[in-house]
Design a protein around this ligand. Structure first.
Ligand code: CA
Length: 716
C-alpha cells in the first residue's frame, strides 16, 4: 500500500496513535451528559450543567475572561437556526463541550459547544392542537442533564428521557391527565437521581402538583399536590398529611371543586444539599377570583406559596404564602434563588424571590421565616408586609368586591418567568421587572367552561380605547426595567429602563458583567456595579430568554436563544414592539468572534381588500364574545399580531372560511382548536362582524400612515 500527500500524513498519525494506544491505557472520553450531584455541587466554572447553573439557581458564572474592558470585542462565534417561529425561552445547558437546548414545541437539540456542529435533534411531535392549552405560548425553558441522560418536559405533559450521546428516547412518561388542559413549559431539575417536574394550566382549570420520577426507570417516586382533592379523599400522595392537618381547612365552597383550584408548579425550583430541601414556587388560583373560587374565604393553601419539601419523599417541611387568598393571578412561581447573606451582622441562609405581586422577599430558608419584604416596583394592592405575621397589609378596594379596581401589578406581574441573576461581590440581585397596572372586576355570573379560560374576572375591562393617542398614552405608562436590587437594604442600587415592558432573562458573571436581551431585539452587556451599557448587538429578533456562559479551550462563550413570544406578545401586543414572528435562533458569542448569521427573511404585511365584504352579525355582541374568548391569544381589540393578525387575515373576509376555522377547527394543528363548545354559530358570525370593524379601522390607519411619509407607524 502506498499512501501519499495529506492522506499519508493522516495515515502516519493514525498509525502512531494506534502504536501509542497499544502501549498506553486509552484516555477515556468523558461520557456524554455525565452530570452528577458531586459535579453540580462543585459548580465547575466552565460548565452550565443545570437550569440556573447550580442548585442555588444564582445564574452567576465564575468565568471572568470577558470583562468591562474587553466586552466590546464580543462577536458571533457560531449560530444555529430552528424550524419554529414561536417564543424561545430555553437556557442553553453545557456539559463537557456539548450544548443542549430546546425550542418552542419542546424540541431538543445538541451541538458541539465550540464549533456549533449539530450532534442530534429530538422532536417529541407534540400534537399542534395542544397549543390551545398553553396560556402563554408553546414555549419550553430547557432540559436537565444527569448521568448520561437528557430530560425534557413536553408541552403535552410527557416527561421524556433521552440518551445524551444519541438523542434516542430512553423512556417517556405521561405526567398529567391529558384530557385536562395541563401543559409543561418548565425545565426539569434532577436531585439525587430523581427528575422533578411540575406543570401549568391554572388559567384554564387544573389542580397543581409537583412530581419526582426515577431518572433511570421513569417510575414515579412521589407527588405533592398544592390544592386539596375536590373529591375530599386522600390522594395517597406526599401532600395528604399536611392537607389533613392544616391546608385543607383553608378552602371553602366554590368553583375550585370544578376547576381543581390551580396552584400549578410551572417554573421555579431550587435545592439546598446541606439542608436536603427542595424549594418550589406555586402558581395562582383557578379561577383567579377568590370570591368565585372559594367564596371569598380562606387563604387557599398552597396557592402563591413557596413550598419547602423533602426531595427524597416529597414530605412537607414549611411554606411561605406570598399572597393569601390570591385573586389577581399573583403566582409565586417566579425564580427562587438561594444565597448566603450577612444581615444585621449575622450570616443568614436565605431564599429570595420577586414574585408577581411586586414584593421582594428575603426568607430564612432553614425554617421559612420572613426576614424582610419590600416592593421592587410601585404596587397598589398592598401597603407593605406585616413583619409579625408575614402577611401583606392589603388595600381593601384592590379586591374589586363591589366595583372594578385598577391594580398594580397586572396579571403579567411585577416580574414574570424571566430569570433573575445574582452577583455576590456586588451584593446585587438583577431583576427583569415590569410596572404595569390592570383593571380587575367581577363577572356578572360565573359559569365554569370545561377546557378553556376560567378566571372569574371581567375581561371586557381589558378593552382598549379606540383613540390612537389614548392608546399611545397607555403604552408610555407601561415600563420594563432591569433593576439591580440590594437584598440586604431592600432597595434598588441602579435601574435601567427598557423601551418596552415585556422583559428578558439575565446572566451575571465574575467578569463584572450583566447580560440581558430585549423585546425589541437588542442583546446588551452592562457593568454589574453601575448599570452602564458597555456593549450591544442587534439580533433582529425579539429576545425573552436568559443567556448562559461556558468555557472551552480557554475561551469564554455566551449563548442566547432568540425568538419573540410568551404571554405578553399574545395578549398585550398593543403595548409592545410591532415585530414579525421570526424563526428561533441560537447565537453564541466569544471575544473576537467573526461569524455572521444570515439576515431574516421578513415578510411584508399584506393589507386585505375589504371592498364589498359585509357581515349580518352583531358587531357589538361580537366584541363582547371576542373579549371573552379570543383576546388572550389574539390581543385586546384584535390588536395581536403574534398569533395571526385578525385585522389583516383574509379568513375574516368570508363567512364560510371563518366558520371552518372557529367552529370546525380547520387550523387545529396550529393550536386554533374548534370553539364549537364555547361559541354558537351566531356568536361566531358576530365575532366576524366585530373583526371587520377592526380590519377597517386598521386599513384607515395604514392608509393614513402611507400618505404621511416619515410618520411613525400608526395602529397596533
Ligand atoms: Ca397565571
Amino acid at each position: 500500500m502506498t499512501v501519499r500527500g495529506p492522506a499519508r500524513a493522516a495515515f502516519l498519525a493514525l498509525a502512531g496513535a494506534l502504536a501509542l494506544a497499544a502501549c498506553q491505557p486509552a484516555a477515556k472520553a468523558p461520557k456524554p451528559g455525565n452530570v452528577t450531584a458531586e459535579r453540580l455541587t462543585a459548580a465547575e466554572p466552565g460548565q452550565w450543567m443545570s437550569y440556573g447553573r447550580t442548585y442555588d439557581e444564582q445564574r452567576f458564572s465564575p468565568l471572568d475572561k470577558i470583562t468591562p474592558a474587553n466586552v466590546g470585542q464580543l462577536g458571533l462565534a457560531w449560530h444555529a437556526d430552528f424550524d419554529t417561529d414561536r417564543g424561545q425561552q430555553a437556557t442553553p445547558i453545557v456539559v463537557d463541550g456539548t450544548l443542549y437546548t430546546t425550542t418552542a414545541w419542546s424540541k431538543v437539540f445538541a451541538f458541539d459547544a465550540k464549533t456549533g456542529a449539530p450532534k442530534w435533534t429530538y422532536d417529541p411531535k407534540v400534537d399542534g392542537n395542544t397549543g390551545f392549552k398553553a396560556c402563554c405560548d408553546v414555549v419550553n425553558r430547557g432540559v436537565a442533564v444527569w448521568n448520561g441522560k437528557v430530560f425534557v418536559g413536553a408541552l403535552d405533559g410527557r416527561l421524556i428521557a433521552l440518551d445524551a450521546a444519541t438523542g434516542k428516547e430512553v423512556w417517556s412518561k405521561v405526567t398529567v391527565d391529558q384530557s385536562k388542559p395541563y401543559t409543561i413549559t418548565g425545565a426539569p431539575r434532577v436531585i439525587k437521581g430523581r427528575v422533578i417536574i411540575g406543570n401549568g394550566g391554572a388559567e384554564y382549570g387544573v389542580r397543581g402538583y409537583v412530581s419526582a420520577y426515577d431518572a433511570e426507570t421513569g417510575d414515579l417516586v412521589w407527588r405533592f399536590y398544592t390544592t386539596p382533592n375536590p373529591d375530599g379523599q386522600p390522594d395517597n400522595a406526599a401532600s395528604d398529611k399536611i392537607f389533613a392537618e392544616k391546608a385543607g381547612a383553608t378552602w371553602f365552597d366554590g368553583a375550585w371543586k370544578k376547576s381543581g383550584g390551580g396552584g400549578t408548579v410551572w417554573d421555579a425550583m431550587a435545592y439546598d444539599p446541606a439542608l436536603n430541601t427542595l424549594y418550589v414556587g406555586v402558581g395562582n388560583g383557578s379561577p383567579w377570583n377568590h370570591r368565585v373560587r372559594s367564596g371569598g374565604k380562606g387563604d387557599n393553601l398552597f396557592l402563591s406559596s413557596i413550598l419547602a419539601l423533602d426531595p427524597d419523599t416529597g414530605a412537607y417541611k414549611w411554606h411561605y404564602q406570598t399572597t393569601p387568598g390570591e385573586t389577581w393571578d399573583y403566582t409565586a412561581t417566579q425564580h427562587i434563588m438561594l444565597a448566603d447573606l450577612t444581615i444585621d451582622g449575622q450570616p443568614r441562609k436565605v431564599l429570595m424571590q420577586a414574585p408577581k405581586n411586586g414584593f421582594f422577599y428575603v426568607i430564612d430558608r432553614t425554617d421559612g421565616k420572613l426576614i424582610s419584604a419590600k416592593p421592587y416596583i410601585p404596587i397598589s394592592w398592598a401597603k407593605g408586609v406585616d413583619m409579625a405575621t408575614g402577611r401583606p397589609i392589603e388595600v381593601p378596594e384592590a379586591r374589586f368586591a363591589k366595583k372594578p379596581a385598577l391594580v398594580m401589578p397586572a396579571p403579567f406581574g411585577g416580574h414574570n418567568w424571566h430569570p433573575m441573576a445574582f452577583n455576590a461581590k456586588e451584593g446585587l440581585v438583577y431583576i427583569p421587572a415590569m410596572a404595569i397596572p390592570s383593571a380587575y372586576g367581577n363577572v356578572a355570573k360565573f359559569g365554569y367552561r370545561d377546557g378553556t379560560w376560567n378566571t372569574g374576572t371581567d375581561f371586557l375591562l381589558a378593552a382598549l380605547p379606540n383613540d390612537e393617542a389614548q392608546r399611545n398614552a397607555m403604552k408610555s405608562m407601561l415600563k420594563g426595567m432591569l433593576i439591580a436590587w440590594d437584598p440586604v437594604k431592600q432597595e434598588a442600587r441602579w435601574t435601567v429602563e427598557h423601551p418596552y415592558f415585556w422583559n428578558a432573562g439575565i446572566l451575571s458573571t465574575a467578569g463584572g458583567l450583566v447580560f440581558q436581551g430585549a423585546a425589541e431585539g437588542k442583546f446588551r452587556a452592562y457593568d454589574a456595579a453601575t448599570g452602564k451599557e458597555l456593549w450591544s448587538t442587534e439580533t433582529t429578533n425579539g429576545v425573552i430568554a436568559p443567556p448562559s456562559t461556558y468555557e472551552i479551550d480557554g475561551e469564554q462563550y455566551i449563548a442566547l436563544m432568540v425568538g419573540y413570544g410568551g404571554a405578553a406578545p399574545l395578549a398585550a401586543a398593543a403595548f409592545l414592539p410591532d415585530r414579525p414572528r421570526l424563526p428561533g435562533r441560537l447565537l453564541v458569542f466569544k471575544l473576537g468572534g467573526k461569524a455572521t448569521a444570515p439576515a431574516y427573511d421578513i415578510p411584508p404585511k399584506q393589507p386585505i381588500d375589504l371592498a364589498g365584504v359585509t357581515s349580518k352579525g352583531d358587531a357589538k355582541a361580537g366584541f363582547a364574545a371576542y373579549m371573552d374568548n379570543c383576546q388572550v391569544c389574539h390581543g385586546a381589540n384584535a390588536s395581536g399580531a403574534y398569533l395571526p393578525d385578525l385585522r389583516r387575515s383574509a379568513i375574516v373576509k368570508d363567512e364560510a372560511s371563518f366558520k371552518s376555522v372557529v367552529l370546525e377547527g380547520s387550523l387545529a394543528q396550529n393550536g386554533m382548536v374548534s370553539f364549537a363548545k364555547y361559541l354558537s354559530p351566531k356568536q361566531v358570525e358576530d365575532v366576524r362582524a366585530y373583526l371587520l370593524t377592526e380590519a377597517k379601522r386598521q386599513q384607515a390607519l395604514d392608509q393614513a400612515a402611507a400618505a404621511t411619509p416619515g410618520a411613525a407607524k400608526a395602529g397596533r
